[in-house]
Design a binder for this molecule. Structure first.
Ligand code: GLA
Length: 359
């Protein structure tokens, strides 16, 4: 969980902007909520390497975790020096700066195979930190082009599964759809699917769509990297970002993603249901894809393999909706909206998760 300037500012950030965000993150509860990584994206580098071939930059951390960006090509996407064939020298520079996180992009890659380029950087990070009681979180950012969910485990800690997110609904829903077949590939033993950084806090996205976006990223167990201008976030969105029940779903120790267990496509009344286990319960997203409000019924047995009486807890509004047996109907879910709930109690009646089978 963290913040990265790219979604709001692309590569146009400077020391003042980063310090303003560090202040907000530390002093306005974001750090306390778990947003710890401050990740500099493309644009932090000086435009030339130094005489001894090093990337140049200065950093100070103020108690946060510090993430940086480079590229598995000869230049970054923004045309600054990349790390291809400079892996060892750049990792040494990053270790000298005490970085905690590396996002490693995929532009200008000279048509050399992804796995080879990404593994080389992973190996350089591992050997530079060996025996040092230090982990540098390694985010493989090759946009899902060579199925990194298959080879990423053991190479990095997370892998982008999609092209860049854009702060509008078609991008959010297309990313959700592209995750349907990938949910089984993330987890604490393997590493994390990364459907890209959050676009929470962008004013042009209606509130209900922001809730849908956050609910999915949280329950898919995606890395939660904020990308908005935190100086402009209103109180309602700030409360959503800092909602500790949603963050707890994301950080749940079991670390299993929700998966799609039901869908119905019928023009504008299409909806789907995603569920998954938590360490201390079960989580469900009832998702109204359509443009009219809609009620959706969750069947405890068929959609969650649960029976008995179950408390339904509304994670967004942070209140209990009561105790139910057999099923629960969420009434009038708004256009593009979700009901995001935790199920507490009941008995698990099957070892198999009821995910739809897409293979
Ligand atoms: C790529 C990445 C983005 C961002 C830009 C920076 O597009 O996928 O997340 O880092 O490069 O140039």
């Amino acid at each position: 969980m963290g913040w990265n300037p790219y979604n709001a500012f692309n590569s146009s950030f400077n020391d003042t902007l980063i310090r303003q965000h560090v202040d907000i993150i530390v002093n306005q509860s974001y750090l306390a909520a778990g947003y710890r990584y401050i990740n500099l994206d493309d644009g932090w580098q000086a435009s030339e390497r130094t005489k001894d071939n090093k990337l140049s930059f200065n950093s100070s951390k103020n108690g946060l975790l510090f993430g940086i960006y480079s590229d598995a090509g000869i230049q970054t996407c923004g045309g600054l020096p990349g790390s291809l064939d400079y892996e060892d020298i750049d990792v040494q520079t990053f270790v000298d700066w005490d970085i905690d996180y590396l996002k490693y992009d995929n532009c200008n890659e000279q048509r050399r195979p992804e796995q080879e380029r990404y593994k080389k950087m992973g190996d350089a990070l591992n050997s530079a930190t060996a025996g040092k009681n230090k982990t540098i979180y390694y985010n493989i950012c090759e946009w899902g082009t060579s199925n990194p969910w298959l080879w990423g485990p053991g190479v990095g800690h997370s892998w982008r599964t999609t092209p860049d997110i854009i702060a509008f609904w078609p991008s959010i829903i297309s990313i959700i759809d592209s995750q349907v077949r990938l949910t089984e590939y993330g987890g604490p033993e393997r590493g994390w699917n990364d459907p890209d950084m959050l676009v929470l806090g962008f004013e042009r996205i209606p509130y209900d769509e922001q809730v849908t976006h956050y609910a999915f990223w949280a329950a898919l167990k995606a890395p939660l990297i904020l990308g908005c201008d935190l100086r402009k976030v209103d109180d309602k969105i700030k409360a959503l970002i800092l909602n500790d029940d949603i963050i707890s779903v994301n950080q749940d120790p079991l670390g299993l993603s929700i998966c799609q267990v039901y869908y119905k496509t019928d023009n504008d009344i299409s909806f789907d249901i995603w569920t998954g286990p938590l360490d201390d319960g079960y989580v469900a997203i009832l998702f109204n894809r359509g443009i009219e409000s809609k009620s959706i019924t969750l069947d405890f047995k068929n959609h969650c393999c649960l029976d008995g009486t179950i408390e339904v807890y509304d994670l967004v509004n942070q209140r209990s909706n009561g105790i139910y047996a057999n099923n629960y109907t969420a009434v009038d879910i708004p256009k593009h909206g979700v009901e995001f709930i935790k199920l507490i109690g009941g008995n698990n009646i099957d070892d198999d998760r009821p995910c739809l089978n897409y293979s």
